[in-house]
Design a protein around this ligand. Structure first.
Ligand SMILES: NC(=O)c1ccc[n+]([C@@H]2O[C@H](COP(=O)([O-])OP(=O)(O)OC[C@H]3O[C@@H](n4cnc5c(N)ncnc54)[C@H](O)[C@@H]3O)[C@@H](O)[C@H]2O)c1
Length: 247
């Protein structure tokens, strides 16, 4: 029960790594705030978490809007009084999410904007709005979910890679800004993860993609007290893909 009496706000909690993280934080005692643009998914997930005995609140929002993010943060604090962990997990490759096949040279403005706004700007909005609460508490953890694409780039992920590189830099600066107030910032950069079957086709030197549990267990570790000395760093969990041996 590493997260007993902790309030954890998770974006992208409607599916994949965000949903699994929310379930695992709750299973270890946390009160969870589930945020996603998919209202049905988080309302059903929050209902199941409450049935298991933990506290959960679903707050549907399109996190590309600063006003929507501000409403989510206010509602969370009004309801639970604090935010101990902010997990910025919502994101994805805009080519896939915006159904925009082809290379960078064929990318639509809609896909470019989605790629930056969800993967990069929304974590800045959330961090900006949660920081004063964490400063008041003199404690907190901000966890950003980047990608190996933000470390080594990718021909099919120009905007995605740029946004995820930005998150790694954001984590470093948040760690410095937060340190005097007892606030940590950490970043996790997975290679392919089996949140969808197609990821099994992306190679790693270890010969497979990660299971979602391998990533979320690491997310929970980095945000718990055992990791109290870890801040500002980016942590690859990519089966050595960033070493280049897959090429
Ligand atoms: N799955 C992988 O192989 C992999 C690898 C490296 C990094 N990542 C990163 O991990 C994170 C989670 O990936 P996943 O595979 O679980 O993704 P996913 O697509 O299963 O989940 C992303 C969630 O974000 C939500 N979302 C999208 N746009 C939103 C918006 N505007 N406002 C609010 N919510 C929005 C979606 O509704 C969805 O529930 C992403 O940031 C992704 O870039 C994933």
């Amino acid at each position: 029960m590493r997260f007993k009496q902790k309030v954890v706000l998770i974006t992208g909690a409607g599916s994949g790594l965000g949903l699994l993280s929310a379930q695992q934080y709750a299973a270890e005692g946390a009160t969870v705030v589930l945020v996603d643009v998919n209202a049905e998914a988080i309302e059903s997930a929050a209902g199941e978490i409450r049935q298991s005995g933990a506290e959960a609140l679903a707050l549907p929002a399109d996190i590309r809007s600063y006003e929507a993010v501000a409403r989510v943060v206010s509602r969370s604090v009004e309801t639970f009084g604090r935010i101990d962990i902010l997990a910025n997990i919502a994101g994805g490759n805009p080519h896939r999410v915006c159904n925009c096949p082809g290379g960078f040279e064929e990318m639509t403005q809609e896909a470019i904007d989605w790629g930056i706004d969800v993967n990069f700007t929304a974590p800045i909005y959330f961090s900006r709005l949660v920081m004063p609460i964490m400063i008041q508490q003199q404690s907190g953890v901000i966890l950003n979910l980047a990608s190996v694409g933000g470390v080594v780039g990718g021909a099919g992920a120009v905007v995605y890679g740029a946004a995820k590189s930005g998150l790694i830099g954001l984590t470093q600066s948040l760690a410095l800004a937060g340190a005097p107030h007892g606030i940590r910032a950490v970043c996790v950069s997975p290679g392919p993860v089996l949140t969808r079957e197609a990821m099994a086709n992306i190679k790693t030197p270890l010969g497979r993609a990660a299971t979602p549990e391998e990533v979320t267990k690491f997310i929970l570790y980095l945000s718990c007290e055992d990791a109290a000395m870890i801040s500002g760093s980016n942590h690859l969990i990519d089966g050595a893909r960033a070493c280049g041996g897959y090429r």
